[in-house]
Design a protein around this ligand. Structure first.
Ligand code: FES
Length: 294
């Protein structure tokens, strides 16, 4: 984790009220991974003391430029929209735990709801660079809020759903998932909690629907020198995320973003609070209690 003075390179409104900003911050491109985030302090200290978290939207390690994508919803984010090229902000990162792609996975299904695109956008680039195929399912309320396709690499299959039917599939983005669940080796999602809960329920039933065999040694054969069962991945570990068909990036409000305030917790299936800023924001979907109502 590093604290840097990041210089604004470019700022533009790409959708009504949604901004894409590029910062020169070479130190933060080193070691940053898809799913992680930065914490940025507004430079106006007249009451705007809290840092704001932003996902790494894209990271270019050649130029040292990172981008963030956000909606202007209050004084803090409005302050960011007034930045001009050359202005500097105090940026802390990379923070949080990233997505984990199994080296064997060839087909990645990414699902984004609204601004959730910012949570998975970097994974698009990383996956394509590694020679994987990527399908991105994107959901929005209406056509005017659909992420512009010209901001995506040509190699991505991009499928849109809108709640009002004004573009693409008429309905929720989650309606599109069953058509891809046999093709996909892994799925990665970011968006509103109800969307993620629906996806988690779909993922939980996928193996039974497809008859997917579990990887690993058969009981009693090749299970280690002791003859015991293969060791399960520790909850919260990179291996647990890698083994889960669906990984989700949670969009909880954050205060401190360093694990101190407990303002961002979600509950796991054992009833243990998990801090989105430290144990997340990326979780294996089967580790969280989706009925918890957090
Ligand atoms: S935001 Fe403070 S503990 Fe996560």
């Amino acid at each position: 984790m590093q604290l840097v003075a990041a210089e604004l390179v470019e700022s533009r409104e790409i959708l009504p009220g949604q901004w894409l900003q590029a910062f020169h911050a070479p130190a933060l491109t080193v070691g940053s991974r898809a799913g992680q985030f930065v914490h940025i302090r507004p430079g106006d200290f007249s009451g705007l003391i809290l840092r704001r978290p932003f996902s790494f939207n894209t990271v270019d390690r050649t130029t040292g430029v990172i981008t963030i994508h956000f909606r202007a919803v209050g004084r803090g984010t409005a302050w960011f929209t007034r930045l001009r090229p050359g202005d500097r902000v105090d940026m802390l990162g990379p923070l949080g735990r990233p997505f984990e792609v199994d080296p064997r996975s060839r087909h990645l299904l990414l699902i984004a709801g609204g601004l959730g695109i910012a949570g998975v956008r970097m994974l698009v680039d990383d996956a394509l660079r590694a020679g994987r195929e990527v399908t991105l399912l994107f959901g929005a309320a209406s056509a005017v809020e659909v992420y512009p396709s010209n901001l995506l690499p040509d190699e991505v299959e991009y499928v849109v759903a809108t709640d009002d039917g004004s573009l693409g599939h008429s309905g929720y983005v989650t309606d599109l998932v069953p058509a891809y669940e046999a093709w996909a080796d892994q799925a990665f999602a970011c968006g509103p909690a109800p969307m993620l809960a629906t996806l988690a329920r779909l993922a939980a039933g996928r193996s039974a629907r497809l008859g997917v065999a579990r990887l690993g040694p058969k009981p009693g054969r090749g299970a280690g020198r002791s003859g015991g069962a293969a060791r399960a991945a520790l909850p919260g570990s990179p291996a647990a995320r890698r083994k889960s068909f669906l990984q989700v990036s949670m969009e909880q409000n954050m205060g401190c973003a360093v694990g101190a305030c407990l303002g961002c917790v979600v509950m796991d299936t054992s009833g243990v609070p998990q801090r989105v800023c430290r144990e997340g924001p990326v979780f294996a979907s089967d580790e969280l209690d989706w009925e918890g109502g957090w």
